[in-house]
Design a protein around this ligand. Structure first.
Ligand SMILES: Cc1cc2nc3c(=O)[nH]c(=O)nc-3n(C[C@H](O)[C@H](O)[C@H](O)COP(=O)(O)OP(=O)(O)OC[C@H]3O[C@@H](n4cnc5c(N)ncnc54)[C@H](O)[C@@H]3O)c2cc1C
Length: 198
């Protein structure tokens, strides 16, 4: 059988790409080496407990968000119930527990209260995250228009930080190593959780 596109791996990335391409009329095949689809976004059971392999909460699910829009375009929004979270996660260190609030401004204020000396750096990091997220949100799905001279003007933050690692960015504004860990894993987008875990 002939296919227009072959996708290796039925994780979230492969499944979403396959759906979008199929919607556009391409004949798509996905090859998955495991028995189940979903990749990292699956669960397994052990001794009566269900463990998420990796994904516990997903950002961009609120009305207008990136995932909300994607679910709409795939016709899935009405078939998945998403529960908004107050606390997206907790990080347990030997000497303290740090909460990750799903609402971004609450989280920024909370971190600033825990690390008062780092207040300015925390605000700066989230300012960068927000501008990057906003630019990524409006990045076109096709690069057929691509003209490198537009990138600097249209996507100034992506252009500015294009060669910087997250570690370098955090090192420039933050001193506390624990805070760097927290800021390194915190997505700038508010989080939701699926209503029912498998
Ligand atoms: C510990 C951890 C926690 C995370 N928590 C979150 C979270 O809370 N929220 C969030 O949004 N994201 C989270 N992520 C990120 C998220 O899991 C990934 O971004 C996402 O699942 C990646 O999807 P993917 O399709 O790119 O890759 P994967 O999910 O890894 O899928 C790849 C698929 O390809 C298959 N495959 C690989 N090689 C072959 C081959 N040769 N032939 C056939 N099949 C193959 C694999 O079996 C797999 O099914 C977390 C990641 C980790 C590691």
């Amino acid at each position: 059988m002939d296919y227009d596109v072959i996708i290796i791996g039925a994780g979230l990335g492969g499944l979403v790409c396959a759906n979008i391409l199929a919607e556009k009329g391409f004949h798509v095949a996905i090859f998955e080496k495991k028995a189940a689809v979903g990749g990292c976004c699956t669960s397994f059971k052990r001794r009566g407990f269900t463990f998420d392999l990796s994904v516990q909460s997903i950002g961009g699910c609120r009305a207008g968000g990136r995932v909300w829009r994607l679910l709409g375009s795939l016709g899935l929004r009405d078939r998945i119930e998403l529960l908004p979270l107050d606390r997206a996660r907790e990080y347990h260190f030997p000497d303290r527990t740090i909460i990750q609030y799903a609402e971004l401004n609450t989280h920024i204020e909370y971190l600033a209260s825990l690390f008062p000396r780092e207040q300015a750096g925390i605000k700066k990091i989230y300012q960068v995250y927000r501008s990057l997220a906003a630019e990524i949100d409006r990045f076109p799905h096709t690069l057929s228009w691509f003209d490198p001279s537009h990138v600097e003007r249209e996507f100034p933050s992506i252009f500015q930080y294009r060669e910087q690692t997250l570690q370098e960015l955090l090192d420039a504004f933050i001193q506390d190593p624990v805070l760097k860990v927290i800021l390194g894993v915190r997505s700038p987008i508010p989080s939701c959780r699926r209503a029912s875990s498998p």
